[in-house]
Write a protein that binds this ligand. Structure first.
Ligand code: UFG
Length: 333
């Protein structure tokens, strides 16, 4: 059985669908601080299987010990954590405490129980901003905000853990920009309040819920002047976790992998693709750069292709199609 912490969240829920389809028995642990139990029902609806789910905070050692004693967990995918970059700058102590404490607690209990297969949800934000593109896994590391540092610190903790005991098998998955939704439209991303990220913001402009998009920066050294990112369909990302789980079953140590498409898309290219997929206009204004943003970020995906035998299948049009399908269902409630 695979324990998925934060399994009701955006990437977690889609990964549970992919795991279940691949034949894994899935157990979700989530405190629903930024998600809802309805998401778990959505996973069951898609997979046609009932999903084990426990409401628990991963920082709660007693709850984790109980969970490991009740269920036959043989591997863990750790998604649970705070993830808003801006909020992490405002509340650094909360971010470090929650993200690092949950990882330490989880690994402590895993160690006690002899469960030493772990996939950690990391981010491309662990790479320094001045690396040449595309980014490979050996690019220089360093962050600009507490959220990113918490991911990088956990990576280091896991490397030290694996050094201390060769029984550990750990994959660090560095995500680029996950967007889109499951093709059924039953689950997707649902940020509360005004979205910080481009894709959910654009979806809500297309639906009419928000009047217009502010494009943060139009003077970057990119073909159209707007920021370029490596957007990846969340179901491709989910499949990457299934492959990583297979990989660590016969591997010992720690290995980092980029999960991206290797292809850069600008803000305006994404806007046009969304307009095409939705048939709706996405009005925008060109605005100042957002502090902390970089011009271009995209992955070298060679290592994941070679070692995980994984490659993203979906293009930006499919990401927009599935994201729009979800947005329409979300609005209907
Ligand atoms: N953007 C806009 N308008 C908006 C929001 C975003 O123009 O309203 C632009 C940004 O300037 C950037 C691009 O859209 O050029 C993507 O921005 P996102 O906020 O969607 O994503 P980021 O690349 O800034 O950050 C994402 C995740 C982080 C993660 C990082 C690592 O949100 O958690 O990728 O690659 F750390």
């Amino acid at each position: 059985m695979i324990l998925v912490t934060g399994g009701a969240g955006f990437i977690g829920s889609h990964t549970c669908v992919a795991l279940s389809a691949a034949g894994y028995d899935v157990l979700i642990a989530d405190n629903f601080s930024n998600s809802s139990p309805e998401r778990v029902d959505g996973i069951s609806e898609i997979t046609g299987k009932s999903i084990h789910c426990v409401r628990a905070d991963v920082c709660d050692r007693g709850a984790m010990e109980e969970l490991f004693s009740r269920y036959p967990v043989d591997g863990v995918i750790h998604f649970a954590g705070f993830k808003a970059v801006g909020e992490s700058v405002a509340k650094p102590l909360e971010y470090y405490r929650n993200n690092i404490d949950s990882a330490l607690t989880l690994c402590g209990v895993m160690s006690e129980r002899g469960v030493r297969k772990l996939i950690f949800s990391s981010s491309a934000t662990v790479y320094r901003a001045d690396n040449p593109m595309p980014l490979d896994e050996n690019a220089l590391l360093g962050c600009t905000n507490p959220y990113g540092w918490s991911k990088l610190m956990i990576e280091q903790i896991l490397r030290d853990l694996a050094l201390s005991d060769p029984g550990w098998s750990i994959a660090l998955l560095r995500y680029f920009n996950p967007i889109g939704a499951h093709e059924s439209g039953i689950i997707g991303e649902d940020p509360s309040g005004i979205p910080n990220n481009l894709f959910p913001f654009v979806s809500r402009v297309a639906s009419g819920e928000i009047r217009k998009l502010h494009v943060f920066g139009s003077d970057y050294p990119t073909p159209d002047g707007t920021g370029v990112r490596d957007y990846i369909h969340v179901m491709d990302l989910a499949e990457g976790h299934v492959r990583a789980l297979g990989y660590i079953s016969s591997f010992s140590g720690v290995e980092a992998f980029n999960l991206g498409t290797g292809k850069g898309t600008s803000v305006l290219e994404l806007v046009r693709a969304f307009e095409k997929a939705s048939g709706r206009p996405v009005p925008y204004v060109l605005d100042d750069r957002r502090p902390g943003d970089i011009a271009v970020c995209y992955a070298n995906t060679g290592k994941a292709e070679e070692k995980l035998q994984w490659k993203a299948r979906y293009g930006i049009g499919e990401m927009c199609r599935d994201g729009w399908n979800w947005e329409m269902r979300r609005r209907k409630g």
